[in-house]
Design a protein around this ligand. Structure first.
Ligand code: PHE
Length: 352
């Protein structure tokens, strides 16, 4: 009877017992399902009285089962919520945190210092073609400077000027910038940019990695001379190393894309066994350290950039970013830059 079924449903101890009961009453072989099957063998009169009774029994059992199940589930949820309460006053466990990498930090510092001097940031592709990386910079095929660059070429070297390579320096951005400016201003226009980025050479030891970072500087205008170059570098280096006593020495050198070319040395003193920048390198106990390459932009390069060298002059420089980062933060193995070891970073003051 319905009363018996309802009593058993009310008595079910848990969800498993309830499910067993559901199968016993309403499953394919269930007792109520069995009663429904007997309808087939009844006379129409009998069926008319018994049918609705069985139907009522089935509906009553079904809804009682559903109600009881919902009640059990919400009771289980209540119990779980009560037992799993979170104590928000407990201290959170310490999670390891990353930090800014010295190279990223230095790139930011460079952009900021040069922005104060009116330089915009320009970029170019790391996968470059032979023409932008070499030919346009006055380094023709068979020029010995090509061999010095330890270039990573992509296959198909026969393509000559169009063969692809990993740029060996940021100087191709000089060419790209001039060409862009000329496209927008056919007569030319003043340029003041730095171009920071990754460069690649097949070279690896404690002070060389196959990928490293350079920042290129390019100024093009009318009446630009070496004095502008020297002032710019001096102002930049004093700001970057946060010392007013930085002394530069300009030494004649050679780069195919500058004429004249100057290598810039900076004076240092030895303090506690470490080189500390500042003061003249000629003072007793001091020395000169080579810091960067630079010069007046070669007229062939100005022309390759689409400008008239009789009208436009300029200077350019290229600085190893990893190197000046090591110098500023007193680091001595370039390879540690690529280990991502948080303890090494923390040792040099880079921690979150
Ligand atoms: N491109 C040169 C290098 O990679 C550096 C440089 C840039 C020199 C600009 C002069 C002018 O060594």
């Amino acid at each position: 009877t319905l009363e018996q079924a309802l009593a058993r449903i009310a008595d079910a101890a848990d969800l498993d017992a309830l499910e067993k009961l559901r199968v016993e009453l309403l499953g394919k072989q269930g007792s109520i399902s069995g009663l429904l099957k007997t309808l087939g063998g009844m006379s129409p009169e009998e069926r008319q009285t018994v049918g609705p009774q069985i139907q009522a029994l089935r509906e009553g059992a079904t809804s009682a089962l559903a109600t009881r199940k919902a009640a059990m589930e919400s009771a289980a949820l209540e119990a779980r919520l009560a037992s799993e309460s979170v104590d928000l006053t407990l201290p959170a466990p310490a999670a390891p945190r990353g930090t800014v990498h010295p190279v990223s930090q230095v790139l930011d510092e460079l952009a900021e210092i040069f922005a104060d001097m009116g330089f915009a940031v320009a970029t170019g592709p790391e996968i470059e073609d032979d023409w932008h990386n070499f030919t346009a910079l006055n380094i023709p095929e068979s020029h010995p400077a090509r061999a010095m660059h330890d270039t990573f070429y992509f296959p198909d070297k026969d393509a000559q000027d169009r063969s692809m390579l990993l740029r060996t320096h940021t100087s191709p951005v000089q060419i790209r910038t001039m060409l862009d400016v000329v496209k927008a201003n056919p007569g030319g226009a003043p340029i003041r940019i730095i171009a920071p980025g990754r460069v690649y050479r097949s070279d690896s030891d404690a002070t060389h990695t196959p990928m490293f970072h350079q920042v290129e500087g390019l100024v093009i205008d009318k009446g630009i001379h070496l004095g502008h170059l020297k002032w710019t570098l001096e102002t930049f280096l004093k700001a970057f190393f946060e010392r007013d006593d930085i002394v530069l020495r300009l030494r004649p050198s050679y780069f195919p894309f500058t004429e004249p070319s100057v290598e810039v040395d900076v004076g240092f003193a030895i303090v506690n066994g470490k080189r500390v920048l500042g003061g003249s390198g000629d003072a007793p106990g001091h020395g000169w350290m080579e810091l960067l390459g630079s010069g007046m932009v070669n007229h062939h390069v100005i022309r390759a950039g689409g400008l008239d060298p009789d009208e436009w002059q300029g200077f350019a420089f290229g600085i190893g970013v990893d190197r000046i980062a090591m110098l500023k933060y007193g680091m001595d193995d370039l390879r540690a830059f690529f280990d991502g070891d948080a303890r090494w970073l923390a040792h040099y003051g880079f921690s979150a």
